[in-house]
Structure formats: structure tokens, C-alpha cells
Design a protein around this ligand. Structure first.
Ligand SMILES: Cc1ncc(COP(=O)(O)O)c(C=O)c1O
Length: 376
């Protein structure tokens, strides 16, 4: 079996999650909108799940809307903020996931929205003074800044940014796709209007996630059709996905500290082993710091004749990892995040991302592969 160090792209589904989903797949085929008992049973599963999810974030179940995942939720937030809330100015950063960046660019082109990119430092930290400057405007503004960067692990101070947005009358969205299930979050304590979640990032199934919309904010749906999700997101609900998401989240939060310690120890071991083996190595963004997203390490390797082929050679040696975000890593274009940070693009960078199913033996095997490729 390969060493799987690509957990920021997606995680293996937890067998306990599968166990929770299978009976639903087999038995709960009723449409939750149907009034008969089969439908009602399915409806109960969904509403129980919503309540359980809300309890993890100290919010009301009515603030949770199920979606197909992180991308749909990012789209819904940005597009509905423009259409429904009269937002004419979006502030984001050049380091966002394409689900936010491309949507914002699309709104700039098609809806004439003013798009501002906040400055970031060399580690990817948002310049809060510049953000405050950008917020000095009469335009109705949405700020969309991710909680933790999926490529370089830099973490945003959510509370500070939320307070800044509130003080300046702006809506605040944080893409929390990489942090939900990995950090305890109390949305009731943060001035945050929108956040989003994707189950496959924490050992849940693909194709299911949710959107948090603060009850202070009222928007209309992006996808129209039936009246599902309290008229906010049409389409028959993905019941087994919702049950899988809820189970994955429960497991994640029952053991959140234990998982964090385990994953951080794997990341720290990788850092010290890499530093022992290479003098000319550094870590992109903030990923070396213990304050960064503990699942992600972005390594800038020295040049060698193997440069171009590093990712492929790691694959051949049985290590699955990534050169950036999974959405673009197959397409041989430099990571927009590393380009925005002015990273040395002549050197090969690899993102290793860890999960709770990884072991120290995986680190040994990965390092063996790295040293073999670099002929060390
Ligand atoms: C920060 C971030 N936002 C959004 C997404 C998209 O989520 P999904 O795969 O559920 O559409 C990802 C997935 O890579 C992500 O890392």
C-alpha cells in the first residue's frame, strides 16, 4: 500500500463512518420530502444530523444548510451575497482556494463587482492594516478569507478579522474547509456570517458538506427547484452522505486533541528528518510553524536533476502527495499560492498532508523514498 500523504486533497473514509452509512443506504430510501412514514424516517435522520452538527459549533440547527461540499458552498455565499445582500465589493486574498478566487473573478467580470486583494506577507499572513484600509469604503462589502490555507498551512486570526469586518459593516465569510473537524470552533463567539465544510476532508464521504449562515443574515437560494433545506438549496437530500458527515464530525470532535497531537508529531518528525537530510531546504508559507495548520507541510526541495519529476518519482516509490492543491496539481501549472508568495518556482515544492491514519512508519517510508530519489 502507498504511503498516503495527501490528506488535504481528501482523506480515506473512516470504517466507522461506512458502518453508519450502510444501513441508511440499504433501508432509508424514502424521499425526505414525502409525507409517508418512509419519507418521515429519512426526514428525522436529516434533522437529527443537523442538530448534532450544530451542537459542535454552538449554533442553531437552522443556521446549517447541507450542500454537495465546499465548492458549492463557496459559490453560494459569494453569488448570493452579491445577488441578495447587495454586495458590490469583495475583498479576498490571492491565496484563496479557486472555489473562492475564480468565483470572485467571475462576479467581477459578469456583475461588475469591485474585487480587492488584500496584501499578504511572505508566510501568507493577511496584512490586517491593509484589510482595514480596504474596508474604508461606502461600498457594501463581503470579506472572504480562508481559515487555514490548504497549500501552505497559514492560519487566519478568525476573531480579529471577524471583529474588524463587524466594526466596518462588512459581511465576513471564512472558508473553513480545511479546519472543520480539525479544530474546535465556536461560531457563536466569532463575528462570522458564513462558513463552510466538506466531509471528505475529515474521513467522511465525498459529495456532502454544509454551509453555515448566521441567523443575522437572510439570503435566497442559488439553486432553485423544490423547497428542500428550508427553500435554501433545492434537490433531494443526500441522506446517507449527511449521516456519514455527522458521524465523521462526531468522531473528529470526540478525539480532536488526541488526533491533533498524533498528526502534529508526524509533521514534526517529517520536518526534523528533512532538515537532517538536506541543508538547503525550506518550508513554504507558515507550514513549519507549530501555529500553522497541523495537517499540512509544504516543502521546497533543493534543485536536482530530478526536479521536474519529483512528484511522479514519489508516486513510483509509493508515496502519494501533491504539488499544490489537488484541483491543479495534475495540470502542470505552478501553484497560484506559491506564485503569489514569490516563492522560488525554479525549485520543486511538494505538499505533504497528514491524517490520523498515518503512522511514524509512513514517515520512515516517505523519507526512504525521498532519499532514494535525491540519491542520498
Ligand atoms: C480550502 C478549500 N476550499 C474548498 C475546497 C473544495 O471543497 P470540495 O472538494 O468539497 O468541493 C477545498 C478542497 O480542496 C479546500 O481545500
Amino acid at each position: 500500500m502507498n504511503v498516503y500523504f495527501d490528506n488535504a486533497a481528501t482523506t480515506p473514509i473512516d470504517p466507522e463512518v461506512i458502518e453508519a452509512m450502510v444501513p441508511v443506504l440499504k433501508n432509508n430510501y424514502g424521499n425526505p420530502s414525502s409525507v409517508h412514514s418512509d419519507g418521515r424516517v429519512a426526514r428525522v435522520l436529516i434533522e437529527k444530523s443537523r442538530k448534532q452538527i450544530a451542537s459542535h459549533f454552538n449554533i442553531s440547527p437552522s443556521e446549517i444548510y447541507f450542500t454537495s461540499g465546499g465548492t458549492e458552498a463557496d459559490n453560494m455565499i459569494l453569488r448570493c451575497a452579491v445577488k441578495e445582500l447587495g454586495v458590490t465589493h469583495i475583498i479576498t486574498s490571492p491565496l484563496e482556494h479557486h472555489a473562492v478566487l475564480h468565483t470572485a473573478e467571475n462576479l467581477e467580470a459578469l456583475e461588475n463587482i469591485r474585487l480587492s486583494l488584500v496584501k499578504v506577507d511572505e508566510k501568507g499572513h493577511v496584512d490586517l492594516n491593509h484589510l482595514e484600509e480596504l474596508l474604508q469604503t461606502e461600498d457594501k462589502t463581503l470579506v472572504s478569507l480562508m481559515h487555514a490555507n490548504n497549500e501552505i498551512a497559514t492560519v487566519l486570526p478568525l476573531k480579529e478579522v471577524g471583529d474588524l469586518c463587524k466594526a466596518n459593516g462588512a459581511y465576513f465569510h471564512s472558508d473553513t474547509v480545511q479546519t472543520i473537524g480539525h479544530y474546535a470552533l465556536d461560531f457563536s463567539e466569532l463575528n462570522i456570517d458564513f462558513a463552510n465544510c466538506s466531509a471528505h476532508k475529515f474521513h467522511g464521504p465525498k459529495g456532502i458538506g454544509f454551509l453555515y449562515i448566521s441567523k443575522e443574515v437572510k439570503i435566497k437560494p442559488m439553486i432553485t427547484g423544490g423547497g428542500q433545506e428550508r427553500n435554501m438549496r433545492a434537490g433531494t437530500e443526500n441522506i446517507y452522505g449527511i449521516v456519514g458527515l455527522t458521524t465523521a464530525l462526531d468522531i473528529a470532535y470526540q478525539h480532536v486533541e488526541e488526533h491533533q497531537n498524533h498528526i502534529q508529531s508526524i509533521k514534526s518528525e517529517m520536518i526534523s528528518r528533512l532538515k537532517e537530510s538536506f541543508t538547503d531546504i525550506h518550508f513554504n508559507g507558515d507550514s513549519e510553524s507549530t501555529d500553522s495548520l497541523y495537517t499540512v507541510l509544504n516543502v521546497c526541495f533543493p534543485n536536482s536533476e530530478m526536479d521536474e519529476m519529483l512528484l511522479f518519482n514519489l508516486d513510483i516509490e509509493g508515496v502519494s502527495c501533491s504539488s499544490g492543491s489537488a484541483c491543479s496539481s495534475g495540470s502542470n501549472v505552478g501553484s497560484h499560492v506559491l506564485v503569489a508568495l514569490n516563492s522560488d518556482m525554479s525549485r520543486p515544492s511538494i505538499r505533504f498532508s497528514f491524517g490520523r491514519f498515518n503512522t511514524m512508519e509512513d514517515v520512515d517510508r516517505c523519507m526512504e523514498a525521498v532519499l532514494k530519489i535525491f540519491k542520498k
